[in-house]
Design a protein around this ligand. Structure first.
Ligand code: HEC
Length: 137
């Protein structure tokens, strides 16, 4: 971080030197004034990036279900197995978690890959499948 800041200000100084050498004398102060905001803006941007949280909290199974899966599974759209319908889910649950995860990640029949949650990690999808399976037992 400090090295980055140093190199940003170093770059500003370098640019200043190059610009000053290329232009007639007298404009030096004007140029360094113009360069000043560029240096400050860069520093602010760097600081902002560093302050942003690096890790986003993963969604829980019920959050993924509510936001993405329920669109089809709450009403059985396109033949989607109904949420919490034990009879409909039993043969699917019998296939095992690995098969259900494979269907979820790659899509199956009318269900698109990842159940439309393209930003979901495998862990988030797995939490959603577990949530749906638990509700149907
Ligand atoms: C666009 C509608 C749609 C959405 C959105 C959707 N599904 Fe599905 N899902 C289906 C349909 C339709 C099936 C049945 C497909 C078949 O067996 O032909 C299905 C089946 C499944 C199955 C059973 C797979 C199997 O191998 O039997 C699981 C598990 C599942 N969905 C999980 C999810 C999860 C988790 C999400 C959200 C991340 C999700 N679905 C979002 C339509 C959807």
């Amino acid at each position: 971080m400090r090295r980055l800041l140093l190199s940003v200000s170093g770059l500003a100084v370098l640019l200043g030197v190059v610009a000053v050498n290329a232009l007639p004398p007298g404009t030096e102060r004007e140029i360094s004034q113009r360069l000043q905001p560029v240096g400050s803006v860069n520093r602010a941007a760097v600081a902002e990036t560093a302050a942003a949280p690096a890790v986003v909290e993963p969604l829980s199974g019920d959050q993924v279900y509510d936001q993405y899966c329920s669109v089809c599974h709450a009403a059985g759209v396109g033949g989607a197995p109904l949420f919490a319908d034990t009879g409909v889910w039993a043969p699917r649950i019998a296939k095992g978690m690995d098969v259900l995860m494979d269907s979820t990640i790659n899509g199956i029949g009318a269900m698109p890959a990842k159940g439309t949650c393209m930003s979901c990690s495998d862990d988030e999808l797995s939490a959603a499948v577990t949530y749906m399976v638990d509700a149907a037992q």
